[in-house]
Write a protein that binds this ligand. Structure first.
Ligand code: ADP
Ligand code: MG
Length: 446
């Protein structure tokens, strides 16, 4: 069934986009998408192939959020289906006849991921300036540049920014940006079509190769060699390589030869943005969406979502959707209500592990996981340990004995003692209560 409001939302989205991209882009990528079904909970879009789906989400996810229903996480609630030869469109507002031609080697970069949209702070300044250095002088500064850090912290954003910058400022250079998965798929396809030499020639003739998420190469022994050979061929010709990963090279389960190549140039860490940087990101993103978020509210959001910028964007999407539908101003109560719905809707059915709790407590209390699990009676460490035990008892549905043993073999009476102590303390100590709430929300929203 196609709800009228959803249909109008979709048409408005198309009109909005049409004015913001070239007609070729619109005809190739957007026009072939068909709205099949939709209500206030979810819409179904039919796309000719997965490239179109990726293009839509990579480039227009934020815009989609303004026109279509959202999931609890703040992401647009879209189910995609790939068109089959037989499928007939229920609603095809425009350009029904246009066929999509997905260019194989078109440089697919997210147009929002440019240096100007990247907010700097102490946690990412170093890696950003390394990226700018590489973009200015490809192959002549750090090579390879290896960027590693947690999920949603802007690694892909910086990688694509390099691609955009090189594309604009060094027009003659041949660039390719690719995810590790796509590279592997490319190898598989070319092996199947017996055209692997052609592929090798293509990659080895590049001037700049941007590879996202190299961690997906782990346990793919057959492909590692091809990666390694390509990297070596490019590096030997001083061609620029930039790689992102969720871990530093030495922690990746890859061959010594590969790790050595990855460590050859500059290894730069992308950290979690501090409070002020998160506030700046919230202000920047919301202004771009035409939403005025007062400082106090920006701080409120930044205090509650702190280790993943993508989640911050999800929160802003929800606030935008809310302010579009309701005429009420955003105050702390409204925001808390909207965000707590977001946290809750992420929570059901999620099985939480002691490791997740330890990780989050360690980050908030600034101690190491090994210290929490250890025996130290140092005040800060002991407090962090008790908070972790308190949360484990609160959040994990398992026997106390089993939970306690995950804390470096503590007994269940130690766990109960810690739980009781923290239960009492958070009644009296506002700061501790906030910290515990922060850890809990963080675990629930990961
Ligand atoms: P990663 O690749 O590290 O998982 P992404 O690059 O996909 O993360 O970033 C997730 C989202 O957060 C993107 O929409 C990106 O634009 C945004 N983002 C992350 N860091 C920043 C930043 N410092 N400034 C602005 N936006 C950021
Ligand atoms: Mg990424």
């Amino acid at each position: 069934m196609l709800d009228c409001e959803v249909k109008n939302g979709w048409i408005q989205f198309l009109e909005f986009i049409e004015n913001r991209c070239t007609s070729a882009e619109f005809e190739n990528w957007i026009a072939p998408i068909r709205l099949i079904e939709g209500n206030h909970e979810q819409i179904i879009l039919e796309v000719p192939n997965v490239f179109v789906q990726e293009y839509l989400l990579d480039n227009f996810k934020e815009v989609l959020c303004n026109f279509l229903p959202l999931l609890g996480s703040g992401e647009p609630a879209i189910r995609f289906q790939i068109a089959t030869a037989k499928s007939t469109p229920v609603a095809a507002p425009i350009a029904e006849e246009i066929e999509v031609i997905a260019p194989t080697f078109e440089l697919k970069l997210n147009r929002q991921y440019v240096f100007d949209n990247f907010i700097e702070g102490p946690s990412n300044q170093f890696v950003k300036s390394a990226a700018v250095g590489v973009a200015n002088r490809p192959g002549k500064s750090y090579n390879p540049l290896f960027i590693h850090g947690g999920v949603g912290l802007g690694k892909t954003h910086l990688l694509h920014s390099i691609g955009h910058y090189v594309g604009e400022h060094h027009k003659k250079l041949r660039i390719q940006a690719i995810t590790t998965e796509a590279f592997i798929n490319d190898i598989v396809d070319h092996l199947r079509n017996k055209s692997i030499d052609k592929m090798k020639r293509f990659y080895r003739n590049l001037d700049v190769l941007l590879v996202d998420d190299i961690q997906f190469l782990q346990n793919r022994l057959n492909f590692e060699e091809e990666f390694c050979n390509t990297f070596e061929a490019l590096l030997n010709q001083n061609k620029q390589i930039v790689i992102t990963s969720d871990k530093p090279p030495a922690q990746l389960k890859l061959s010594e030869r590969m790790v050595a190549r990855l460590e050859w140039g500059l290894v730069a860490h992308m950290g979690v943005p501090d409070l002020e940087t998160r506030v700046a990101i919230i202000k920047h993103k919301s202004e771009r969406r035409g939403l005025d978020i007062p400082n106090q509210i920006a701080f409120f959001i930044a205090e509650h979502i702190y280790n993943n910028v993508r989640q911050i964007e999800g929160a802003i999407n929800r606030l935008c959707a809310h302010s579009r539908l309701m005429s009420t101003n955003l105050n702390e109560d409204v925001v808390e209500k909207i965000l707590s719905e977001m946290f809750q809707s992420n929570a059901p059915n999620k099985k939480i592990s002691v490791e997740e709790i330890l990780k989050s407590v360690a980050a908030v209390f600034e101690v190491r996981i090994s210290e929490i699990k250890g025996e130290s009676r140092h005040k800060e460490i002991a407090l962090a340990r008790q908070v972790a035990m308190y949360l484990a008892k609160e959040m994990i549905d398992d026997s106390l004995m089993k939970i306690a043993s995950s804390f470096g073999g503590k007994t269940h009476s130690t766990l109960l003692h810690a739980w009781k102590k923290i239960t009492d303390q958070i009644q009296m100590n506002e700061m501790l209560r906030r910290q515990v709430q922060m850890v809990r929300r963080n675990i629930e929203t990961v």
